[in-house]
Ligand binder design. Structure first.
Ligand SMILES: *Cc1c(COP(=O)(O)O)cnc(C)c1O
Length: 404
């Protein structure tokens, strides 16, 4: 049974005060909070078996290696990858995207095309622009409509024999739109293009099945799904990962090294140069265990309730406009008060102990589309409550009174 009060007991930080008020944490799309089970995994690692992995014969190194590789298998199972070596540990979504973009440099040529979407995070735009500069390929953009949805008929028009890669986020961090990625993947495959999905915003809410999606690459960050920062994963189909050259050179990723020639290690080590964030990988596994313990169906149902409640309550405020009204969306509400800068609203909310994000949310093209400097974004997690939504609504009303 889903019991939010019970769940909140798992998160020490939710019991602190900010500016003399109980913390109301509504910035989950930027980073999620950490349950005790994950904090315990981190403490246990550094207290009991901190050692470098894959190279030591001693017991500590063995224990650390086993725990790290167990975490990889947890991630494999969670995302339903066929092989554990299709899971590459990264420092996060940004790292995963750059790894793939770098790998494609040698596979693309002038005249090739890459398709991204108008709903992307900067980390899913800039690496492709850099890739285009290196390879001579051209960037095309799937446009969006006023509801914040990608226009699939326009996507269709962009696809051709020239299309080599399609990059779309599963869920938009700025608006919460859930994109029709299965359709996007299938259509791309019809013209022989590979697809990378940015799952940074989806993994906190749903459990993607990479085989059912038939996606070529899927990336995410641990810190948005109850795990630590500086940790994440890249899933890639075995064939693709074998085709891509290594991203960084160093220890761990080699087979034989001489000054004449180096041969690379097999998957996954080919992409994991240097000592990784060992503790981070183990804690990522603990976060996945924790979230599965609650259950992604229960999480999605409850968060949908919060979204509907917050949308209804905020919509009652005169002069408040919500951006991103797709029918398919997660628990993100991006909004502005007429004539008031989002930063000013955020500052007043902070005085009341309410944490929201203000600004362009690393998605400036979306803000340009709506011709606004940014929004106030409240993003809800499964540990938020209706009372916290009420606190937000009261806070926004107060901000409106003070600023208008
Ligand atoms: C947060 C986020 C990223 C970047 O994740 P990092 O952990 O900062 O690398 C990329 N894409 C989306 C959609 C995000 O929400």
């Amino acid at each position: 049974m889903f019991n939010v009060e019970h769940i909140r007991q798992d998160f020490p930080i939710l019991h602190r005060q900010v500016n003399g008020k109980p913390l109301v944490y509504l910035d989950n799309a930027a980073t999620s909070q950490t349950p005790q089970a994950v904090i315990d995994a981190i403490v246990a690692y550094y207290s009991n078996y901190n050692a470098n992995i894959h190279r030591g014969v001693h017991s500590l190194s063995q224990e650390a290696t086993d725990a790290y590789e167990e975490a990889r298998i947890k991630i494999q199972n969670h995302f339903n990858a066929k092989f554990s070596h299709e899971i590459i540990f990264t420092s996060g979504t940004t790292h995963g995207i750059n790894l793939v973009a770098n790998g494609f440099s040698s596979l693309l040529k002038k005249g090739d095309e890459i398709i991204v979407s108008a709903l992307e995070h900067h980390s899913n735009i800039v690496p492709w622009q850099m890739l285009c500069e290196r390879s001579g390929a051209t960037l095309k953009v799937i446009p969006m409509n006023l509801e914040g949805e990608l226009i699939m008929s326009e996507y269709h028009k962009l696809l051709s024999d020239h299309t080599k890669l399609v990059f779309v986020n599963h869920i938009s961090n700025a608006l919460g739109t859930i994109n029709p990625i299965k359709y996007i993947i299938d259509e791309a495959h019809k013209v022989g293009a590979a697809v990378l999905i940015d799952g940074a915003q989806s993994c906190p809410h749903i459990k993607p099945d990479v085989q059912a999606l038939d996606v070529d690459f899927y990336v995410t960050s641990a810190h948005k799904m109850c795990g630590p920062t500086g940790e994440g994963m890249l899933y890639g189909k075995e064939d693709w990962l074998n085709k891509l050259p290594p991203y960084q050179g160093g220890g761990e990723m080699i087979d034989q090294v001489t000054f004449e020639k180096t041969t690379y290690a097999g998957l996954p080590h080919k992409f994991e140069a240097g000592t990784p964030n060992i503790c981070g990988g183990i804690a990522f596994g603990a976060a996945i265990d924790y979230m599965n313990g609650i259950g992604f169906d229960a999480i999605a149902n409850y968060e949908h309730e919060l979204l509907e409640y917050a949308t209804a309550k905020l919509s009652e405020i005169e002069g408040l406009k919500i951006y991103g009204t797709s029918k398919q969306k997660t628990s993100v509400v991006s909004f502005n008060l007429e004539g008031i800068h989002p930063y000013d609203v955020g500052t007043i909310l902070d005085k009341l102990g309410i944490a929201v994000r203000t600004g362009h949310h690393c998605a400036q093209p979306i803000m340009d589309f709506y011709k606004i400097p940014g929004t106030v974004r409240a993003s809800f997690a499964f540990y938020n409550t209706k009372e916290e939504v009420d606190a937000l609504v009261t806070g926004v009303k107060k901000a409106k009174m003070m600023l208008s």
